[in-house]
Design a protein around this ligand. Structure first.
Ligand code: OGA
Ligand code: MN
Length: 203
């Protein structure tokens, strides 16, 4: 709980927090194995919500696989981490989170995501963005860094190292994914103000 408190302080102060080794080793291995198992079923990610969604690989190059807690029971230890995260955020950051949506994402070589916010026109219930990287042997030069644009005009570069988690406030933190030169794996999602049966329509 002490760790959670310091992470929540950081999130409150600077709008984002970077946490290394977020999962225990067993959870990480389970998530990694499930990612690998689902890779044949990924599809090209889309932009926007519902009716506006569209395919723009020049803006966003990742392929995704939306998760479902009832179906994806192999991820049980991960879902428990999500429950814990929601509990802590509600308690210490005074949020009213009541739902979530997560997908696996792979940026194939050449893939990137232009600067954006995680809230869309007509849909503003994404409160906290949460990304856990699954790249066991990421090295400098592999690309795919997350760039977080901070208020003073500078940016923070986050290397997508396996086990690292980034959380940020979805509405206020512009960010981008730099071009990746290798397959770049992550588990990415959003903690929501209201449960939304929307995940499957987004991408
Ligand atoms: C996203 C996103 C960042 C990352 O999927 O909206 O910004 O580092 N991902 O994968
Ligand atoms: Mn984003």
């Amino acid at each position: 709980m002490d760790l959670w408190l310091s992470w929540m302080d950081e999130l409150a102060d600077q709008d984002y927090v970077i946490i290394d080794k977020f999962f225990d080793g067993d959870t990480y291995e389970k998530v990694r194995a499930e990612f690998q198992a689902k890779l044949p079923h990924f599809s090209q990610a889309r932009i926007g919500a519902l009716a506006q969604k569209s395919l723009h690989t020049e803006i966003r190059g990742d392929q995704t696989y939306w998760l479902d807690r009832k179906r994806d029971t192999a991820l049980q230890p991960f879902w428990e981490v999500v429950d814990e995260s929601i509990y802590v955020l509600n308690r210490y950051c005074f949020l009213s989170l009541s739902g979530y949506e997560f997908h696996f994402a792979n940026y194939p070589p050449g893939g990137h995501y232009d600067k954006h916010l995680d809230q869309f026109q007509g849909r503003n219930n994404r409160m906290i963005s949460m990304i856990i990287y699954l790249n066991d042997d990421w090295q400098k030069g592999d690309g795919g860094e997350l760039e977080i644009f901070v208020a003073d005009g500078s940016s923070v570069i986050v290397e997508p190292i396996g086990g690292r988690c980034v959380m940020f406030k979805s509405a206020v933190v512009p960010h981008a994914v730099r071009k990746s030169f290798k397959d770049r794996y992550s588990l990415t999602g959003w903690l929501l103000y209201q449960p939304a049966e929307l995940g499957k329509f987004l991408g």
